[in-house]
Design a binder for this molecule. Sequence first.
Ligand code: SAH
Length: 304
Amino acid sequence: MGEANTHYYATRDPLGVTGDFTTAPEISQMFGEIVGAALADCWARAGRPDNALYVELGPGRGTLAADALRVMAKAGLRPAVHFVEASPVLSDFQRQKHPGALWHQGLATIPPGGPLMVVANEFFDALPIRQWVGDEERRVTLKGDDFAFTAIGPIREDSPEREAVAWEIASQLEMRGGVALIVDYGHARTALGDTLQAVRKHHFADVLAEPGEQDLTSHVDFEALARAARAIDIAIDGPVEQGDWLEALGIGQRAAALAEVSPERSAEIVAARTRLRDSGAMGSLFKVMAIRNRDWPMPAGFAR
Ligand code: SAH
């Protein structure tokens, strides 16, 4: 899964109608704007530290960052921009929109300094998982000329890679302050089940077909991420459903304001809000979880 995805992301831009899948920031500017507003509000309530860094993991085309940073600047927050990105193709897209950013292979090389405002949208789902049938790790083997799985039975998934990143985010936040917003599809509680999936041209595909030519992901186990992060003394908020979070942060008001300025686009704006929010679309499957330094305030949208 790891090698297939490394090749996959290194050799194409997978996003949008002409690609394989569409993400929330590519659906509407409202998504990134709300992420930016949530971070700016949290930063303001933390006392407006003047040396904050914006760190995004897997920034795709750089769209979310552009929308978020525009809103943050209006609130007086103009952080240095750091991107963790493995794909040279997508780094080029990001460079066009963010010429002043700096790129990293991981969090370890983010320079020391102020608190971090971390964003990861549909990043964790792309990191590799393991699957277990009982105590046996399910592996991929050859059956004749075809790939096949070694074990059958009820499947449990875990992901040392994902947990390591969650731990690393937490440890950085504990040391230097700040907050992380993690958005992805997945479940709030660890559960049994096979959630490995392949997507190509906006349709599910056979997970073992053409490795490296289709997007391989699995649902994110937010409880496992939280457990890994809690090895550090930090606070966790959520996860809450993306639809509820966006509504709590005012996507309705933002949609109305955008439609007022561009009435000819109002049907498109309503459709985007519906897609991001409704349970039948992205609203329930996608979750938002925050990791933050204990001295930082809870970001908006998590209070019960
Ligand atoms: N956040 C963007 C893109 C999501 S696609 C959006 O919402 O539109 C996943 C992103 O993570 C891509 O930018 C991909 O190149 C990056 N990525 C995947 N695996 C990675 C890894 N191991 N290290 C760094 N970046 C990775």
